[in-house]
Structure formats: C-alpha cells, structure tokens
Write a protein that binds this ligand. Sequence first.
Ligand code: MG
Ligand code: ZN
Length: 378
Amino acid sequence: MKKISYLFLLIFLTACLSDAPESTDFENDEKAVFANFKKEGFAAAPKNIILLIGDGMGVTQISAGMYMNGNKLHLEKFPIVGLHKSYSGSHLVTDSAAGATAFSCGVKTYNGAIAVDMDTMPVKTILEIAEDKGMATGMIATSTIVHATPASFIAHQKSRQMYEEIAADFLDTEIDFFVGGGKKYFDRRETDDRDLYKELQDKNYVVSDYFQHDLIKSELSRKKNFAYFTADNDPLQVSQGRDYLYAASKMGMAFLRNRSEQGFFLMIEGSQIDWGGHANESDYIISEMIDFDRTIGAALDFAAKDKETLVIVTADHETGGYSILKESEMGDLKTAFTTDYHTADLIPVFAYGPGARTFGGIYENTDIFKKMKKAMGK
Ligand code: MG
Ligand code: ZN
C-alpha cells in the first residue's frame, strides 16, 4: 500500500513537472492590455465566474508575497480594486466559515456557521444558484474540501466542525469538479457506515486519490464528474512539495468551460495563507501567497482569452496582524505578528472582466455575493 502511494506521488510529481510553470514575469504592455479589457471585445455580462479566495490574505500578506517575488504579482494586473468589511454577524473579527458564508450566501452569520443564517436556517449558496441555472460548478482548495471555506459554498451545517455531515452534503449537489484534501471524511466515516467515495462513483464521478493529468485528459470526453482527493486529511504545504493548485485550476477551467452551455462557477481557495498566519510563520505565508498568485495568473490568462469570464480575488479576513518592519529590504523582510488569530482589517477585492467595474469602492463582504449574483444576470 505504501509503495503504491509513493508510485502515485511520483506520477503526480512527474505530471506537475511536465506542466511547466509559466513565468510570473510580465511587462507593462501586458499590464495595459489587462487594464483595457473593456476595449478588447469582451462580453457585456459574464458567462463564467471564477472566485479566488486567499484565506487570511490581507494587504500585508500580499505585500510580503510581492516583495519576496521580485516586486511582482499577477494581482497587479487587475484594473479594479475595492475593499470589503469582513466582520461577521456575531463578531467584529470573523472566522472563515462566516466569512465564506458572506460571499456564498450574502448573509452575515455567526462564526462557525456553514451557509446557514443567525438562526441556523440554510441559505441558498451562489454555487447552488449556479446549478439551478444549469451552470457547471467546481471547487479547488489547498485545505480539505470539507474545510470552512469550500464547505460554505456547498453544505449547510450549524458548525464548521461537522466535517462528515459536510462531506455528505456534497452528494446532495451536482458539483461537476472538486479537488482538495479530506478523503477520510468520505471513505472512513465515524458517524455512519456510508462510503461516500463509492457513492460518488455511483453518481457518475471519476474519483481519484491523486491528481493525475493524463486521467482527466482521457476522461474529458466521457461526460463524467471529477472528484480528486489530494490528501487523507490536510494537504501538504507548498514548501513540503504540494503543487496542484495551479495545475488543478487550469484543468478545472478548461473542463468546466466544456461542461455547460450556461457557463460555470468556480471557487478556488489558497487555503493555507491563513495557516501561515496562525503559525506566525512569515515564510509559510509567503510561499503560499506566491503559489496562490501563480494560480491567479492562470485565471487571468483564461479570462483574457475567453472574454466572458469575471475573475474576482479576495480574502475572508486577515490572519496574524502581520506587519513588515523597518529593518526590511526588498527581498529580505523582517516581520512581526500581533496575534495568532484573525483581525478585523478591511480586505482587498480585485476584479477583472465583464461585471468587474461594480467591485470598486468600499462595501460589506456580503455585497460580493450580491455583485456576483447580479453579474450572472440571475
Ligand atoms: Mg479556508
Ligand atoms: Zn484562520
């Protein structure tokens, strides 16, 4: 069994290497092209929406990633930037469950709530609304797929800790594509005898324990759904060799585009920027931030070619009270933290493509749901 796992890991790593990373370099000319998207034959309203959430990604996390990446991030290409107020229905300092529920449902709820309101009543999510409209849907995360952020788009539970209940909620949806950790909540459950891994297979999913490019390419024509488990529980850190966010995101965009005439909704989470903040580890934050930004670059490239896709990048909250100190130099940062939890900072929002213009200014986190829903024209 161990040997087989290593073989899969080897196949996975080889697949990653063969998909050569694109340079993060870009010239000012290219930046101008992105800034002038309105003049380049873009649709009036988006057909597709890609929402990228950097968990715990405040302005300092972005700044540190940029200064440690040759003073460059794909985020700089976005023509529209806004700020949202991240507080929840119960606390000025939100958690990721209430933070994601604000985006997914448009309601301020209590910390720990998964797509339910202050009275624990389920609220329809943007992903469910997209499904109702016949759009294809997908989620990719670098945490478990049942963790608070992705869970809030697909499940309805009164507590974020109810991982097995959240996993079961995946079976009540028509999600076309998902990639993340947490396999054990599907196939080795403690609260019941269900084997959700098998139930997914019975429900027309190709289910895989590892991210294998050849498999998805060969299966693309088969009109099947895809579920990829990248870990039994939490996936690795970037610095430990995790390298699927960019590849899975590119694959997900290509797959979902061919999946429905009605377009798609895709949520991509850089989950572990937050975990670096909780650990008060600057290097952890920076490596996860740069990995997430590379994925943002892939989404921008897709949208620039597609011309019918709205790309939104934001965070649920800042984590760590992270700051860059005066001893710092470009490429060599001295940093500090004021907490091992989240803070109540205003959070940046970046938007590109049809419908992007509405994302400028300062507004509530719940307005991101409203703006996405309006942009869908639904
Ligand atoms: Mg998260
Ligand atoms: Zn957190």
